[in-house]
Design a protein around this ligand. Structure first.
Ligand SMILES: [Zn+2]
Length: 295
């Protein structure tokens, strides 16, 4: 059963400030317009940034604000007749402060009925629970809903409760509810393959077992929608080896971050992070450490 207490136990606190719908930023060209929409934000304790670092070291690297605020950024790509969303926010049942996507779509002038595809990076609450409206119907009546088969199998399989700590059982219950609500509309995709013409899923597992990111070109540049492969604007870049509490498989998530940072830096990719302030930016490197430079 999902309760406020179980969410707090999972390290997720509510946002004190009122939620705000907004368009975070717009990129690309007229033909391939990328609009980043806010689903609001929430607060996380600093201690969740690393399982095994002293508190003083976390404060020194991440800043003193504890809890810190994390934004929730939903990417929308419009090209031709397609309106493609990457994840769909937290919906009404996660936390106060989130669930602003529908209002942000309105602010951007995007009609929910026009959404043609929703591509999921993973099935955590803040990415997946926004798929259903208040009546448990799909929020976008005309959309195809695509997720990686290993991710669907993990969250909807009957072993999920054995594979999760008790304080994450609410995440599984929620994923079951949303997957049931989408029913056969939820399509199973291979983790590393082209899901739509020109849009490739890149395996970035670790944060969750079937986590993927998405690579495509827009206005002549390579773009990658990261999901939660890189979540914190300083720690994920300067300390990819730290082990955040929210990663299911900590070692795999470290390996994923390292290879992703190399690729983003070497190929000058425009990176879009679901939880990165400002959402879009470049990965630069000073001496041994990477850093995120907002676009
Ligand atoms: Zn997330």
């Amino acid at each position: 059963m999902l309760t406020r207490r179980s969410l707090l136990a999972a390290g997720v606190a509510s946002l004190a400030a009122p939620a705000r719908a907004q368009v975070v930023t717009t990129l690309g060209s007229e033909a391939e317009r990328v609009t980043i929409l806010s689903d609001g934000g929430f607060e996380m304790p600093l201690s969740t940034l690393a399982r095994d670092m002293p508190a003083a070291e976390i404060v020194a690297q991440a800043g003193p604000s504890d809890p810190f605020r994390t934004p929730v950024n939903v990417t929308c790509l419009r090209r031709g007749s397609e309106v493609i969303l990457f994840d769909c926010g937290a919906g009404a049942h996660f936390l106060p402060g989130t669930g602003q996507l529908a209002a942000s779509l309105g602010a951007a002038g995007i009609d929910p009925e026009a959404v043609t595809h929703v591509l999921f990076t993973h099935l955590h609450p803040d990415h997946f629970w926004g798929a259903l409206d208040d009546f448990d119907s799909p929020l976008f009546p005309n959309a195809r809903w695509l997720a990686a088969a290993p991710e669907i199998d993990f969250w909807t399989g009957n072993k999920v409760y054995e594979r999760l700590p008790a304080d994450r059982h609410a995440f599984a219950a929620g994923a079951h509810r949303i997957a049931k609500g989408l029913g056969e509309k939820l399509e199973r995709m291979a983790a590393a393959s082209e899901w739509l013409p020109g849009i490739a899923a890149v395996e970035t597992a670790g944060h969750t077992p079937g986590h993927v990111s998405f690579a495509f070109r827009s206005a002549g540049q390579e773009v990658m929608v990261l999901g939660d492969a890189l979540t914190h604007p300083r720690i994920s870049f300067a300390h990819p080896e730290w082990r955040p509490a929210s990663d299911h498989d900590a070692e795999r998530a470290v390996a994923t971050r390292r290879s992703l940072l190399d690729r983003l830096h070497q190929e000058r990719v425009l990176a879009i992070g679901y939880h990165l302030p400002g959402a879009a930016g470049r990965v630069e490197r000073d001496a041994a450490a990477y850093r995120f430079v907002p676009a």
